[in-house]
Design a protein around this ligand. Structure first.
Ligand SMILES: [Zn+2]
Length: 301
């Protein structure tokens, strides 16, 4: 397995993953989306909310505000030894707000939340939360905790996490191709071993010169089945490269647990046999209609 960073900036990383199948690429993607934890607000105590936004709507908005996450100083609440409902300083960070509109209408922004720990602050200060008319006020204490995207999407560290195949195609006119590559850049396509390696198919096809050199059909028939271009865009909570690193760490850990169970032959304890209920052909069941009702069957007989 080989990796190569194609581009990296403040919020997005693009990298190549070579030598794995689609199932592995997808498990890495799913780990990033649903397992890598970040901080978000999960409990709020209102002391005052006289704005027209109801408490629960405001709480929902606050929960969706991305917070900068310091993974090294905090643990997941379920892994903390405090076992307290609202957590302890090891598993939660407090943010407070105390704001009142005096003479004019005003907008309350995410930046008006004051973090107790400066490393757990809103990623953007300009997310509007509510509007206040003169005399109205919002005062609360909010508790942020680490969590995972599989529990609630607010805890997902990525706003986008996708992968696509790269393609290898034959080049007829190497000189013309080289000229095109110079303008498009080596994060779009490169010449490799006499072949053209199309790294980002969308970007490649956006260039009218490149499009003339290689047709869409040629690219589609040249897709490499074991090399992928990943694009991971962070919502700001964690640096994008950290999300990938954490996901790899978690995936490795999961695989070693699974490997250990296979070696110890313990897997069968966790797998229960699934038995398909007998289905009455004369009856239609809709998807998600719940358990097959045996009592009903009995009544009919
Ligand atoms: Zn704790």
């Amino acid at each position: 397995m080989k990796t190569k960073i194609v581009s990296l900036n403040e919020d997005t990383i693009r990298f190549l993953l070579d030598g794995v199948n689609a199932a592995f690429a997808n498990s890495l993607r799913r780990t990033m989306v649903a397992e890598v934890p970040i901080m978000t607000v999960d409990d709020i105590f209102y002391f005052d909310n006289s704005s027209i936004v109801p408490d629960e709507v405001l709480a929902h908005r606050i929960g969706l505000v991305p917070l900068k996450t310091n993974l090294d100083n905090y643990v997941l609440p379920e892994e903390c030894d405090c076992e307290a409902e609202l957590g302890c300083p090891k598993c939660r960070a407090v943010l407070t707000m105390d704001i009142e509109a005096k003479d004019d209408t005003m907008t309350v922004y995410s930046g008006d939340m004051v973090p107790e720990d400066p490393s757990i602050a809103p990623v953007s200060k300009r997310i509007p939360l509510a509007k206040l008319a003169p005399g109205q006020a919002i005062k609360f204490e909010a508790y942020a905790q680490l969590g995972q995207g599989k529990v609630h999407a607010k805890w997902s560290p990525v706003s986008m996490c996708v992968y696509q195949n790269v393609a290898f195609v034959d080049v007829e006119d190497e000189a013309a191709t080289k000229k095109c590559l110079d303008t498009c850049g080596d994060d779009v396509a490169v010449l490799e071993g006499g072949m053209l390696k199309v790294i980002d198919i969308q970007d490649f096809e956006r260039c009218s010169h490149c499009r003339e050199l290689v047709s869409h059909e040629e690219i589609m028939s040249g897709l490499k089945q074991d090399e992928f271009l990943f694009t991971v865009e962070s919502n700001g909570g964690l640096p994008p490269e950290r999300i990938v690193k954490e996901a790899v760490k978690m995936l490795k850990q999961k695989l070693s647990v699974l490997g250990g169970k296979i070696e110890a032959d313990e897997l069968h304890d966790e797998i229960s046999d699934f038995e398909l209920p007998e289905i009455d052909e004369g009856k239609l069941y809709s998807v998600g209609s719940g358990d097959y009702d045996e009592a009903e069957e009995g009544d009919k007989e």
